[in-house]
Each structure stands twice: as structure tokens, then as C-alpha cells.
Design a protein around this ligand. Structure first.
Ligand SMILES: C[S@@+](CC[C@H](N)C(=O)[O-])C[C@H]1O[C@@H](n2cnc3c(N)ncnc32)[C@H](O)[C@@H]1O
Length: 274
């Protein structure tokens, strides 16, 4: 029986789906639904509930990665879970991969990368601002319960860093990612993937030029829209509000030669010339 232990993160969830992140065993928690004694969480199982002193039910769950990303302490823009999913799948990031990431920001994407590569893989994060590096490290430690052994965090400028390690994937969330392409491409193995997120399409255009200059093929850019729906017995319709735009995701594959050395790189999605 995997019951809640003292100090463990718990996502209190109301019957209407409102959530609060707390720790089992320490003090009490108050909301508009009343008070809950957090000592009572210890020894219970996920999916059980407690009653507040006003008689409302709150369910007990461990936070999912998506829950935690919405709640984590942030001092930077973070990558949203919908875009993180795309990074992992279109960037083909999996067990055993060595991933170079920059910058770490608040560490939202790093959490997903660490989980995807597992203990046999490695994530190397490069962050220029020491205060963000520190915050991200703390957010990661809180989620995993300790600093994962497969995480290396370097405080420095990714555009100027000599990177000796060969990596399978490069993941960029930088204001001017094109300045980093030269440095990270020296570390990325041939056939490896580079994934980058930029909010503005002008940034993407500069990125494309830089990717072609440094020898990438199969370059694609897309955005993802997520719209939640209100569903009950009387209605089923989209929510009035949504996050309309987060960023454009660009995915590229590193080729064995730079563009100058190969005659043409054709977009595989483009129609075949007749
Ligand atoms: C938008 S935040 C990254 C958010 C992160 N992906 C997350 O999900 O929490 C961009 C980060 O890039 C860092 N940064 C900017 N220029 C950099 C550089 N040249 N080298 C390393 N990090 C840099 C910033 O300090 C900032 O923390």
C-alpha cells in the first residue's frame, strides 16, 4: 500500500476541480471550503478524501507532472505542458538519451526531460542567470524529492561555452536561440535532433537561416493550440477563455555536412517536383 508519507507533496482537489499543492503532515490548510488538518493526510491513499470543517470533500492525489508545472514557483516564462509533450515526441527524447538544454528558466521543461531520459540518460542544462539556476534546482528537488543524479546544471552562457560532451538532443528555450546554434551544433551528434521554442515568428525565420548554415535538414515549425471544454448534463462547449498563443516549435535534424557541402536539402513534406 503506497500511502502518503509525512512531507510528501499532495494535490488537494475540490469536487469542482480546484486544486492546491500542500505537504502531508504539516499544519492545517484553509480555503473557501474550510480547514483541513494535513496530519490526517498521512497514511491515506491517493484518491481518498478528507472532509473540511465545513463538510466539503477534498480528494487527495499526488501531483502529476502537469499539475506540478502549473504550481511551481516561477520567475521566468515556463514551457506549457502542451508544448512539453511536443518537445518529447517530435524531438524523440527517450530513455538513455543525453540532452543538452538551455536555458533552464524555472525548470519546467527540465523536469519532463529528466523523467523521459531516465537514470540511464543525462540532462545537461546551461543557464546564464545564477538566480534562475538556483530556483530551477529547487523546483526539481521538490518534485523528485532530491537532485537527480543524471542532471548536470552549468551556470554560463551557452553561446560561448566549450561543450566537450557529445549529445543526442539539443533543446533551446532562449530569447535569441540563433546565437546558440553554432556552439550547440558542435556538441550534437550527426542525426541528432534540435528542438527550439520561440514566441515570435520573426525569431523563427532567423533560426531557420542559422540552422541551414550549420547543417540541418528536415526542419519543421509548428504551433499547438489547446482548448478546454465545459461539459455537464446540459452543455458541452468550449471554454470562453484559452491560452491563445505560447510559441512556435522548430524541430531540425543534424546532417553530416554543412549546407555549403551538400547540393540541396529538400523539405520531405514538400511536393515532389515533376
Ligand atoms: C523562457 S526561460 C526558459 C524557461 C524554461 N524552459 C522552463 O520551462 O522553465 C529562458 C531562459 O534562458 C536563459 N538564457 C538567456 N540567454 C542565455 C544564454 N545565452 N545562455 C544560457 N541561458 C540563457 C534566461 O536566463 C532564462 O532563464
Amino acid at each position: 500500500m503506497n500511502t502518503f508519507q509525512p512531507g510528501e507533496l499532495v494535490l488537494l482537489t475540490s469536487q469542482k476541480g480546484k486544486t492546491w499543492l500542500v505537504r502531508a503532515g504539516s499544519g492545517s490548510f484553509s480555503s473557501h471550503l474550510g480547514d483541513v488538518d494535513l496530519q490526517e493526510v498521512v497514511g491515506r491513499q491517493e484518491g481518498e478524501w478528507l472532509e473540511t470543517n465545513q463538510g466539503a470533500k477534498v480528494f487527495l492525489f499526488r501531483p502529476s507532472l502537469g499539475d506540478y508545472i502549473h504550481k511551481l514557483k516561477r520567475r521566468t516564462q515556463v514551457i506549457y505542458p502542451k508544448d512539453i509533450g511536443a518537445f518529447l515526441v517530435y524531438g524523440d527524447i527517450g530513455l538513455g538519451d543525453v540532452v543538452l538544454e538551455s536555458g533552464i528558466g524555472s525548470g519546467a521543461l527540465t523536469l519532463a526531460l529528466l523523467r523521459a531520459v531516465g537514470p540511464s540518460g543525462r540532462v545537461i542544462s546551461v543557464e546564464i542567470r545564477p538566480e534562475f539556476a538556483q530556483l530551477a534546482r529547487k523546483n526539481i528537488e521538490v518534485f523528485f524529492g532530491k537532485t537527480p543524479e543524471n542532471h548536470r546544471l552549468i551556470v554560463g552562457d551557452v553561446t560561448a561555452l566549450p561543450l566537450a560532451t557529445r549529445v543526442d538532443r539539443v533543446v533551446l528555450d532562449l530569447p535569441e536561440p540563433w546565437h546558440a546554434v553554432g556552439a550547440v551544433s558542435a556538441a550534437l551528434r550527426t542525426g541528432g535532433l534540435l528542438i527550439s521554442l520561440s514566441p515570435q515568428v520573426g525569431q523563427v525565420q532567423i533560426m531557420w537561416q542559422e540552422l541551414r548554415r550549420h547543417g540541418y535538414a528536415n526542419v519543421t515549425t509548428f504551433e499547438l493550440l489547446k482548448r478546454n471544454w465545459k461539459i455537464d448534463a446540459r452543455r458541452a462547449r468550449p471554454e470562453d477563455r484559452m491560452i491563445g498563443h505560447t510559441g512556435f516549435i522548430t524541430v531540425a535534424k543534424k546532417i553530416a555536412h554543412t549546407l555549403e557541402e551538400v547540393p540541396t536539402i529538400r523539405d520531405p513534406e514538400a511536393p515532389v517536383p515533376t
